[in-house]
Design a protein around this ligand. Structure first.
Ligand SMILES: Cc1ncc(COP(=O)(O)O)c(C=O)c1O
Length: 374
């Protein structure tokens, strides 16, 4: 039987790193220290070094990293957060959790926040306090344009880098335009843990220290609570696994993702399949490989499945149209208000792209795409 081409291959990742994973578990077990110890501190230092930013603060998830970044920057209930309708719901959920009001602008042809549309929204709808762009699909949005936008509007920038660790815009790492940015170690991410995790990165010692308090009940020192915090600690075990296995492999795995994306870009030619462009100046890390399918997306996915190829949709329902918006007291906006984002929602398919995908499987995907008779 032909093997299924999967969207991620966690078993292969385990086999490749098995010895180092087990050694890291042994190290933590023997240390007798399980929460906020040397492993978290060492991973944070290694991550910040690899990323090219001063400080990292390990937390429990990407969602929490965003919330803690907003709170460390002094976000107040009622403040307005400009963001994208096309992302994981977590991006907006973090805004709602600090009592913020999400303000949505449409996306550009790459699927990232369109700053021209954002300009119009800001002009029509009033002042913006925070801008929360998402470097979606592993593409880097233009940092210089984001900075200029925030400067013009007197807004704070918090980049959501959950899908874009290692990506660069105009030569600069994503996240470096923000006072504090956020990322996720959810297992499917480019730097995926063996469970949940996330981090906030910042160039400021002060924001780092506030974030450290916020992740740990707001404690300034043991049993002394300076603020209302969360329990959002990255644990020693995940930190040890990330530092010993996944982080050292990240640069190599990013190169593999890029090589596979280059094969797809060169090999996929079908009149009904469109590959959205990379943003200008982006050195992308290809967290996902999106194609837009003109008409009959489900038939295309069925065709892939019949050839033993898994696929996914990022994302089928725009955030402003989600039912949960009402629960947060926000209007549920019609998808037609965001025509470009809605086109992604209706036509996008993510093809398998992960570091353990073989050249042969990549060619199988290309042949299946080009051979679609839809
Ligand atoms: C763009 C984006 N932001 C935020 C998140 C939330 O990360 P986590 O699942 O670690 O909370 C994710 C992951 O699903 C994501 O893709």
């Amino acid at each position: 039987m032909v093997q299924m081409v999967q969207l991620a291959d966690f078993k292969a990742a385990w086999e490749e790193g098995r010895e180092q994973y087990l050694a890291a578990v042994e190290r933590v077990g023997r240390s007798g220290w399980l929460i906020l110890g040397a492993e978290v501190a060492e991973f944070e230092a290694a991550l910040a070094r690899a990323w090219g930013l001063e400080h990292a603060v390990g937390v429990a998830s990407g969602l929490d990293a965003l919330e803690i970044a907003f709170r460390a920057l002094g976000a107040q209930p009622g403040q307005r957060f400009l963001t994208t309708p096309l992302s994981a719901f977590a991006t907006t959920l973090a805004i709602l959790r600090v009592g913020g009001v999400p303000v949505f602008a449409d996306v550009d042809p790459s699927g990232l926040l369109d700053l021209d549309a954002a300009e119009q929204v800001a002009r029509a709808q009033g002042p913006i306090d925070f801008v929360v762009p998402v470097h979606l699909f592993g593409h880097a949005g233009s940092l210089s344009r984001l900075e200029a936008f925030c400067h013009r509007h007197g807004a704070r920038l918090v980049e959501d880098c959950a899908q874009a660790i290692g990506a660069r815009s105009e030569g600069r790492p994503v996240g470096s335009a923000s006072a504090a940015c956020a990322t996720s170690f959810y297992p499917t991410k480019n730097l995926g843990a063996l469970g949940d995790g996330g981090a906030l990165l910042t160039g400021s010692c002060e924001l780092r220290d506030v974030a450290r308090q916020l992740r740990d009940y707001g404690q300034r020192e043991k049993y002394v609570h300076a603020r209302l915090g969360l329990n959002s600690r990255l644990d020693e075990l995940q930190a040890a696994l990330l530092r010993s296995v996944q982080l050292p492999a990240l640069a190599r795995q990013t190169e593999r993702r890029r090589a596979l994306a280059a094969r797809y870009l060169a090999g996929i030619h079908h009149p009904r399949l469109e590959i959205p462009p990379c943003p200008e100046g982006s050195e992308s890390v290809w967290h996902l490989f999106p194609v837009l399918v003109q008409r009959d997306r489900e038939r295309f996915r069925q065709h892939l499945l019949a050839q033993g190829i898994a696929s996914a949709v990022h994302y089928p329902l725009l955030i402003p149209a989600q039912e949960a918006m009402e629960a947060a007291g926000q209007p549920r906006l019609p998808a037609e208000a965001f025509p470009r984002a809605q086109r992604f929602a209706e036509t996008e398919v993510s093809l398998p792209l992960h570091p353990h995908l073989s050249d042969e499987d990549c060619e199988r995907v290309i042949a299946a795409c080009n051979g679609w008779e839809g």
